[in-house]
Design a protein around this ligand. Structure first.
Ligand code: M6R
Length: 607
């Protein structure tokens, strides 16, 4: 989605801004622009080009120690030079960049047109620029003008505004679209994502919704839309610039896929308690008595995070025998849900910024629900809104398509299930079995990753397919869904997930020699039933690629990828890895841009 970078300090701003935009490229964009100020003169360079080309267009003729920059993902109006940000008001007294959507922009535009404004673009952002300009009257400060304008705005924004005649400050605001300040030594950075600023500083301040800031080289001030001061201390981000670099990998997807042993290891570190056969998840902030009062657990998330929630619900039911389910946060928020005070709600998000999930949390809290987060990005909106929970500790996930965060979500929910189980009826022996199983995961994932070349050969055989089925059941049904999503996202092949038992109720009609099925088949109590599902597919001429942890009858499947055995509850964690490898190799064979799948964004901060 769109990206924002701002700088004020003593360095030349252009390289800082352009490098920052480059770090945000992974979020997806279709145009880019920069505004610089030199000797009181505003220079805007913007076009429907990649950041590298923008770099050439910016040139070096306007050295400036302040500036704002943007990568745009078109919402209002196509990807054109005119629609690219930054935008100005009529006389270029102010210039701004904006992420989010101004919902009442048509009304505001009509009012501004009536007052004589002329627009050069089709964007809601230019309306915002004119609105701020119209409030920026003599004797009014820029921050007051922005505040007054924003009171009339309905919608979401992450916003940075600059007055070229006052090249010493940036005015920043946030509502529903992330903004983080980076605190340097005599310089300040603004960004929509820490990725843009960690190479300069790790001291950051996350703005809250409805909060604004005035940022100068040596300091910053934060306050609310009604001008009440807020107190914000910088915190340290736990990510370094190296983690945003590809190193020797061709793309972030494969880098992050291969980082999974280390990511799982981080998630487990300091949490496994061998002595009491349980785990310590201090961030949840509930004592054993409070944990026992939980009567139900509901997981909420979107896309991959929702599928992780489905895995989590199975784990909690199996290990703690507490009824649990998962629901897409994007549905939950709109259906006037009954909120149960005895239920523990778990909001899941890699980015911590997904608007649908955030809205579900707001609805829950408004109705008195108990909600904890399972979030990767420390300091993100969802982490702050939940206040308690489990950090995933995957390390930064740059690829749009999630890999290591999903794995760490499943691992975290195995720990949550174990903890809830051990304050109830899960025996010490079963607890020990789970702790041992969890501890073995990083090594086992490493073993699976070593089979990448074998998976690649299978992928090469099936990359030409137009459709695929992904079959799973019970514990492995959610990962069949996740496997299908991964294939869709990065290869653009249509993939549909089905429960094995449902095949005969309709989808079998689609099976023929052109439609292969990827079947996840663990060595569990349903093995025989899964084998008969494979036979049903084979009888109709469909090819079967099995992902398993057991030995299947010779010749039953067209391809078999075998992973090490784990505890049955942890099967989804290991059996999912070949699904990621398969999607990756298929997409690579098809020459897809793996890190930037078409039409998708890393964090979905719009409805
Ligand atoms: O950042 P979140 O986990 O809240 O994101 C939720 C989904 O948008 C995300 O998982 C999406 O499905 C990914 N592209 C999956 O690869």
């Amino acid at each position: 989605m769109c990206g924002i970078v701002g700088y004020v300090g003593s360095k030349e701003a252009a390289p800082v801004l352009l490098e920052g935009l480059h770090r945000l490229e992974y979020r997806g964009y279709d145009s880019a622009g920069v505004a610089l100020v030199n000797k009181g003169r505003l220079k805007i360079t913007k076009a429907a080009v990649r950041v590298n080309e923008l770099r050439n267009l910016v040139g070096t003729d306007a050295p400036s120690t302040i500036g704002i920059a943007h990568t745009r993902w078109a919402t209002h109006g196509p990807a054109t030079d005119a629609n690219a940000h930054p935008h100005t008001d009529a006389d270029s007294r102010i210039v701004l960049v904006h992420n989010g959507i101004v919902e009442n922009y048509e009304d505001l535009k009509a009012q501004l047109l009536e007052a004589g404004a002329q627009f050069k673009s089709e964007t809601d952002t230019e309306v915002l620029a004119h609105l701020v300009g119209s409030c920026y009257l003599d004797g009014i400060s820029l921050e007051e003008a922005v505040r007054t304008a924003l009171r009339r705005v309905e919608g979401t924004y992450g916003l940075v505004v600059m007055d070229p005649r006052k090249p010493e400050e940036l005015v920043v605001a946030r509502n529903g679209s992330p903004i983080v300040l980076g605190v340097g030594d005599g310089e300040m950075f603004v960004a929509s994502d820490v990725a843009a600023l960690v190479r300069h500083t790790q001291r950051v301040v996350f703005l809250d919704d409805g909060e604004m800031a005035v940022v100068r080289a040596g300091d910053f001030r934060t306050f609310t839309l009604d001008a009440s001061s807020t107190t914000k201390e910088p915190t340290l981000v736990d990510a370094s610039d190296d983690e945003y670099q590809l190193g020797t990998f061709p793309d972030f997807f494969s880098k992050e896929l291969h980082e999974q042993p280390a990511a799982v290891d981080r998630a487990l570190r300091g949490r496994l308690d061998e002595q009491f056969a349980t785990v310590r998840l201090g961030g949840i902030g509930l004592d054993p008595h409070e944990l026992r009062t939980i009567q139900r657990v509901k997981f909420l998330g979107c896309g991959t995070s929702y599928y992780a929630g489905m895995v989590g619900a199975n784990l909690v039911e199996e290990l703690a025998r507490i009824p649990a389910d998962a629901e897409p946060a994007s549905e939950f928020r709109y259906r006037n849900p009954v909120v149960d005070p005895d239920c523990l709600y778990v909001a899941i998000s890699q980015s911590g910024e997904t608007l649908d999930t955030l809205a579900a949390i707001t609805e829950l809290k408004r109705k008195g629900g108990k909600v904890m987060g399972a979030v990767n990005v420390i300091g993100s909106a969802i982490a702050r809104e939940c206040g308690s929970g489990v950090f995933l500790h995957s390390g930064p996930e740059v690829s749009v398509a999630s890999t290591k965060a999903f794995t760490n979500m499943m691992v975290s929910f195995a720990m949550l299930g174990l903890m809830l189980g051990r304050v109830r009826d899960l025996s010490v022996a079963s607890g020990k079995r789970m702790v041992t199983g969890l501890r073995a995961l990083p090594g086992q994932i490493t073993e699976i990753l070593q089979q990448s070349a074998a998976v690649e050969q299978v992928a090469a055989q099936y990359a030409g397919s137009s459709h695929m089925f992904y079959i799973g059941r019970n514990r492995c049904w959610p990962i069949a869904r996740e496997g299908a999503l991964k294939l869709k996202e990065i290869s653009y092949i249509h993939a549909e997930a089905y429960q094995a038992g449902e095949l005969k109720h309709g989808p079998l009609a689609l099976i023929d020699e052109t439609c292969p099925s990827v079947i996840v088949i663990p060595d569990d109590e349903l093995l025989a039933k899964n084998i008969s599902s494979i036979e049903q597919i084979k009888a109709r001429g469909g090819a079967v690629i099995a992902i398993t942890n057991t030995t299947l009858p010779e010749g039953l499947c067209d391809a078999v990828i075998t992973v090490p055995k784990s505890e049955p509850e942890l099967d989804p964690v290991l059996l999912n890895i070949p699904l990621q490898l398969f999607a990756y190799h298929v997409a690579t064979k098809l020459g897809r841009d793996i890190d930037k799948p078409r039409n998708l964004a890393k964090s979905v901060t719009v409805e």
